[in-house]
Design a protein around this ligand. Structure first.
Ligand code: FE2
Length: 279
């Protein structure tokens, strides 16, 4: 039996389609989706692709949490530049997703927790120690909006890993699966495994091919996990971005060019923005 896990397609439907075709070819029996499905040029296309999978299980990501925040009109600190930009972006996603699918996303849970497995979009550390980030002055419905979580990346410190593996042992989890950082990585101690499954639409590890993870639960430890990188038509994604000037992920010509270059290099757009700011 093998299980497919993917995260962070980020609205990149050509990449997600190629990933799902590849998962299908590998004959995986289950699919887990770890969030940040919608935050890119084709949110509805990505939702439509995933809806076709029987028995897929989802957890929400930062983008879904932000998009589903109620009463954006009453958001605390509305003049904060980050909030102004994020609200604009969220309005764009809301306008490009059907009401039925916004309601569907509302049913996605924060975490999946069963049979020794724990899945969450970002990192169990933040989720299990909410006192480190929850703001007692904010109403409950805005807590996620102001939570900009850390994740499982490829340079975790030894003390962070100690804490994670200690928590896994105490909870009797053998596997933790996350996304969020867009960098595939596996940490293992004995047969306990922490796996970031990478990004199925916006890789940020210098390899432009989207990524998914195949898990064979009968094989304990890290040997049960394989990352797959999938070729896709990157130009189709760039064409989608070029064709829709209303896509609000880029609020300046410089940022638009930097975002295009991010897809073409798999390096975050902030690393490219300085090349274009003289425009
Ligand atoms: Fe993401």
């Amino acid at each position: 039996m093998s299980i497919a896990l993917l995260s962070d397609p980020h609205g990149n439907s050509p990449a997600l389609r190629a990933v799902l075709d590849n998962i299908h070819q590998h004959g995986c029996e289950r699919l887990f989706v770890l969030g940040d499905v919608i935050n890119g040029i084709d949110p509805q296309g990505c939702l439509d692709l995933l809806k076709g999978w029987p028995d897929a299980a989802f957890v929400y990501g930062s983008a879904e949490a932000y998009t589903l925040t109620p009463n954006l009109e009453a958001l605390p600190r509305p003049d904060d530049p980050m909030n102004v930009a994020l609200v604009q972006l969220i309005r764009w996603y809301q306008a490009h997703i059907t009401p039925a699918d916004l309601a569907w996303m509302q049913t996605w849970p924060e975490r999946y927790n069963a049979e020794g497995i724990f899945m969450v979009h970002d990192s169990p550390l933040g989720r299990f120690y909410p006192e480190t980030w929850r703001d007692p002055n904010l109403p409950d419905e805005y807590q996620e909006w102001f939570y900009h979580p850390w994740g499982i990346h490829d340079h975790l410190k030894e003390n962070e890993l100690d804490e994670l593996f200690h928590w896994m042992a105490a909870q009797n989890f053998t596997h933790v699966f996350c996304g969020h950082t867009h960098v595939p990585v596996i940490y293992a101690r004995e047969n306990r495994v922490i796996c970031n499954v990478g990004s199925a639409g916006m890789p940020l590890d210098g390899d432009t091919r989207p990524c998914w993870a195949e898990w064979q639960p009968e094989t304990p430890g890290p040997a049960g996990l394989t990352f797959h990188r999938v070729e896709y038509d990157l130009q189709r994604t760039l064409n989608l971005i070029d064709a829709d000037p209303t896509f609000n992920n880029q609020d300046s010509p410089a940022q638009r060019k930097a975002v295009r270059k991010m897809y073409a290099t798999a390096i975050h757009w902030r690393a490219h923005i300085h090349e274009f700011t003289t425009d």
